[in-house]
Design a protein around this ligand. Structure first.
Ligand SMILES: [Zn+2]
Ligand SMILES: [Zn+2]
Length: 131
């Protein structure tokens, strides 16, 4: 079993811990990730059953008919994405405390990437994971 990882938002209002395995980090260049983060997103993923989230300032924004995005209503940090009925939750890698032990290995929605940056040199996965 992996060592538990902790994380949270900028103000500390939302914290979480993950007891299970974390997936390698995937970069998402989709329109929604660009808008909510101000750039592109780099997210790991874990089983929802392995994640405990705490904090009164956590808010969920319904970003589509099937998915929602978790953020801190106080400091505005983007933290999570989850699809209804999916047993996994995406966690923004930059919100993990300390050393993650993870690597960013692939990217999705490069067709929506901004024109002001070069795409990372990573494989592109054809997958609508973070919409
Ligand atoms: Zn916060
Ligand atoms: Zn996205």
């Amino acid at each position: 079993m992996a060592q538990a990882k902790t994380g949270g938002c900028l103000c500390g209002g939302v914290t979480y811990d993950v007891r299970g395995e974390l997936r390698p980090v995937v970069a998402c260049h989709c329109h929604q990730c660009r808008k909510t983060s101000g750039h592109y997103v780099a997210a790991t993923q874990a089983a929802q059953a392995d994640v405990t989230i705490r904090g009164d300032t956590l808010r969920w924004f319904r970003s589509s008919d099937t998915a929602e995005r978790g953020f801190c209503g106080n400091c505005g940090s983007n933290l999570f994405w989850r699809r209804h009925g999916n047993p996994y939750i995406s966690i923004w890698a930059g919100t993990i405390d300390g050393q993650t032990g993870l690597r960013m290995e692939s990217q999705i929605h490069t067709e929506s990437a901004g024109d002001y940056y070069e795409l990372p040199h990573m494989p592109v996965i054809d997958q609508s994971e973070l919409s």
